[in-house]
Design a protein. Structure first.
Lengths: 512, 324
């Protein structure tokens, strides 16, 4: 196979299949030497999976990644091989050993050695120092990596890829997310300088942010639903045009509304001036029974902090919270539960599912306070009845109540998690990405259940990375940007559509 | 003021175990008979076999594994070498072969543990729990009565004294610790071990051979346990079936007391060396105080608990300094 010498790397008909999902669908992509190439798309569009394949972290199911020095194929792919081809990936959370020194991390796996493989500390130090200076960082080679700010760690990871691995194909996965604006600008300027010095370098910049891609890339490729839908010359493109490519045509299925917010009653939840740590600076909110309110925003926009503060997971938050007109102090999950709040965490496997236990145990755990006798013994019959009703009502596909939950699919597990939320008859239900990691076939059931079941007796707040979902089932959508709600979109009024939500979360100014 | 405070923090933070050692030493000064060259050397002599095992476990724990079977290797390696070289073969006059055989047997036993747990992905705790029992069983089967007459050459390392006072075993012990220190701090192997123990995924992505490095640590541990056994056999001039039985707990105490994190990737050879001395001095002081054997274990357990608590403060101190 011959490769055009001006190409840094090329993905050729690359696909990646996961159980039940085709995450990347026969993608062709060529990044040229000397270019900064943007790769943009929504969450789940397949860009991270594509990048992982280029870096050798995941073998492609089909197709191959070709460089001048060789290829990564379905049968021959590993991080070490990718490194040998001159490919390096810098991720949002750098893969470092926190307890080791800066120098040991930079030279991990490639320490310069003398005879008998004894290392050369002098040389390590010198080169580490040179790297730190080149990047203008404040760190010493002997500093413990874990003690440095994340920003510094990230730039060190970048430095390792460029100066120590001497990679020529450098993939930057969302690394600008945790940088200050000033740093971001200087890093992006540095990319240009480096390309000036070494014209065979290429940078692939994976980003959510339309503005960054617009300002700093030569070309940009857009991923949507596992396909590369466009590659554009950045100079000839506008931000709005790019956003259109990212969102694409929207299809939606109508949901049957059986509940309507009751506008006359006292709000279930009133929040005034809620403030949580650094990420949420201000939130006012009134929520009525029967209402589903969506929180939308980028990572770090304050939407997660808001929902976590309401469930008492952020102990030091300021502001007034009233439930049914009564002031409550939500400083712990226990307090939140007592106030009648239920919570579905974002990371299902780590934070919600009890592994190795049966479907039954998982279904009833939240309801145990009402499912036990006065002496604390569990009412078995009652539990079975409750679990069975969850399984049948939500159409959970399981061979039985007494099988371990581990064997169920993500979507069916999530149905059990959602079903158990209502056991304690909550007044307010908080859902953090209820459709995360759920197969497509289960999504409609889950959305229907949120809209038609949960909101019947309670008010619902829901975070979702999918603007389509929010538009489909919410009565209102609050858009968070930099710690505040910048826009409230109401069903039936102008602007209640995917495009507006997507543009507003990016901070794009739109006429109200 | 802040400078001296910082220095104090630094000493306590990095070298708390040494501070503890000094403290014990000072306490010892009040005890008649403690501070004499003879007594100190005897303390170190008795500590040498344990010290070798602790260093061995240290390597394994750095990779976030454990090897419970070291105390059995401690007995089985010399036993196999003695049975093979002196009972089956007539090598009494060539006992250096038996010494080398001991170390090789230890390395092979370690290799077996390593292959089993790393290649077959079985928890090292379970694998070595099995080999702990299995290997002890073989010792009891081979030498139920023990062996009491051993060639001089075989017991030399464990029993001989240079200039009539300096036990060779102490020199051996110090030598392996210096070697260990060089390996961990100045060798690619040490860099690889610390990297994979700290963040296996990062190490893998950086191109460190994960499996080979882990197995190598088991091999080193096996060989060091065998060396410890060799020194113990020499010191006692005999080998008995229950030699080292139950010692693994003390080996763990030494490793952890020395500041080694059971989660892997964190620890230093100096700390482990000091920890072995701490254990040995506690034992010695109890002897000198004449603590009755019946409650010795109670005292020892209590002292160890306090010492381990103090050593655990290290992490808190670090946080305190980072914040203050």
């Amino acid at each position: 196979m011959t490769l055009d010498p001006s190409i840094s790397f090329a993905a050729e008909a690359v696909s990646r299949r996961f159980p039940g999902v085709l995450a990347v669908k026969s993608v062709d992509l060529a990044v040229r030497k000397g270019e900064i190439h943007g790769l943009i798309g929504k969450n789940g569009a397949g860009k991270s999976v594509l990048v992982s394949m280029v870096a050798g972290l995941l073998p492609p199911s089909q197709g191959e990644i070709v460089t001048a020095r060789g290829a990564l194929t379905p049968h021959q792919s590993s991080p070490v091989r990718a490194k040998g081809l001159g490919i390096a990936l810098v991720t949002q959370e750098p893969a470092f050993a926190a307890d080791l020194s800066v120098a040991d991390n930079l030279f991990m796996g490639c320490h310069p050695t003398r005879s008998l493989r004894f290392v050369a500390p002098g040389e390590t130090r010198r080169r580490a120092n040179a790297l730190v200076e080149h990047l203008g960082l404040r760190a010493r080679p002997e500093d413990r990596m874990g003690d440095l700010p994340l920003e510094t760690q990230q730039l060190l990871a970048f430095g390792r890829a460029v100066f120590i691995d001497a990679a020529t194909t450098i993939l930057l996965d969302e690394i600008t997310a945790s940088l200050t604006n000033e740093r971001k600008e200087s890093l992006l300027r540095l990319l240009r300088t480096l390309i000036g010095e070494r014209p065979d370098l290429s940078f692939t910049l994976i980003s959510h942010h339309v503005s960054e891609v617009m300002g700093f890339t030569d070309r940009v490729s857009v991923m949507r639903d596992g396909n590369r839908v466009a590659t554009l010359d950045t100079a000839a493109t506008t931000a709005a045009e790019l956003a259109d490519w990212i969102v694409g045509d929207v299809e939606r299925t109508e949901i049957n509304y059986t509940t309507r917010p009751d506008d006359t009653a006292v709000p279930v939840l009133s929040v005034r001036g809620l403030k949580a740590e650094r990420s949420l600076s201000h939130l006012d909110l009134d929520l009525r029974r029967g209402e589903v309110v969506g929180f939308s925003g980028l990572e770090g926009s304050g939407k997660d902090a808001a929902i976590e503060a309401l469930y008492g997971l952020v102990p030091n938050h300021d502001g007034k919270t009233l439930m049914d007109g009564v002031a409550v102090k939500l400083d712990s999950p226990k307090a939140a539960q007592r106030a009648g709040i239920s919570f579905l965490p974002k990371h299902r496997e780590a934070q919600a599912v009890i592994q190795n236990r049966s479907v039954l145990d998982n279904a009833v755990i939240a309801g145990l306070p009402v499912l036990t006798t006065r002496l604390g013994f569990v009412k078995r019959r009652e539990c079975e009845r409750v679990a069975l009703s969850i399984v049948t009502r939500l159409r959970v596909k399981t061979p039985g109540l007494h099988v371990p939950i581990d064997g169920l699919s993500g979507g069916n597990k999530q149905k059990v998690m959602l079903g158990r939320l209502s056991l304690t008859a909550p007044r307010l239900v908080l859902l953090n990405e209820p459709t995360r990691g759920v197969d497509i076939s289960a999504k409609p059931d889950i959305l229907k259940m949120i809209r038609e079941d949960l909101s019947r007796a309670a008010a619902v707040i829901m975070i979702s990375e999918s603007e389509e979902e929010l538009v489909e089932i919410c009565d209102r959508i609050l858009v968070f940007y930099k710690g505040r709600v910048v826009r409230e979109l109401i069903r039936g009024r102008p602007g209640f559509d995917v495009e507006t939500v997507y543009k507003t979360i990016q901070g794009v100014e739109l006429p109200a | 003021m802040t400078k001296s405070k910082n220095l104090l923090f630094l000493v306590l933070e990095k070298h708390l175990i040494w501070a503890l050692l000094v403290l014990l030493f000072i306490a010892g000064l009040a005890v008649p008979g403690f501070l004499s060259v003879r007594n100190i050397l005897n303390v170190m002599w008795a500590a040498a076999p344990l010290g070798c095992m602790v260093l061995g476990l240290f390597f394994v724990v750095l990779t976030a594994n454990v090897d419970l079977s070291l105390e059995s290797t401690f007995a089985l390696a010399p036993t196999l070498a003695i049975v093979a070289c002196f009972q089956l073969l007539p090598l009494q006059d060539l006992s250096f072969i038996a010494v080398i055989a001991t170390l090789l047997v230890g390395a092979v036993l370690g290799l077996a543990n390593g292959l089993f747990s790393v290649k077959l992905r079985v928890s090292s705790f379970l694998v070595t729990l099995g080999t702990l029992l299995l290997m002890r069983g073989i010792v009891v089967y081979l030498i139920p009565e023990g062996v009491y007459y051993l060639p001089e050459g075989y017991v030399y390392l464990g029993s001989a004294k240079l200039f009539g006072i300096l036990p060779v075993a102490v020199l051996v012990w110090i030598a392996v610790f210096i070697l260990g220190w060089l390996l961990v701090d100045y060798h690619r192997l040490g860099k690889d071990i610390l990297a994979l123990g700290n963040n296996e995924e990062a190490a893998f992505i950086a191109g460190v051979s994960i499996d080979r490095t882990k197995i190598l640590c088991f091999v080193i541990a096996g060989a060091l346990a065998a060396l410890g056994g060799l020194l113990e056999v020499g010191r006692l001039q005999s080998v008995v079936a229950d030699m080292g039985q139950g010692d693994i707990l003390m080996v763990f105490a030494g490793t952890i007391l020395g500041g080694t994190a059971l989660t892997g990737g964190k620890g230093n050879v100096g700390g482990v060396f000091a920890a072995v001395l701490v254990i040995a001095i506690i034992e010695n002081l109890m002897n000198l105080f004449g603590v009755p054997p019946s409650i010795r274990q109670v005292v020892f357990g209590a002292v160890l608990l306090v010492a381990i608590y103090l050593a655990s403060l290290q992490e808190n101190l670090r946080h305190a300094r980072m914040e203050g």
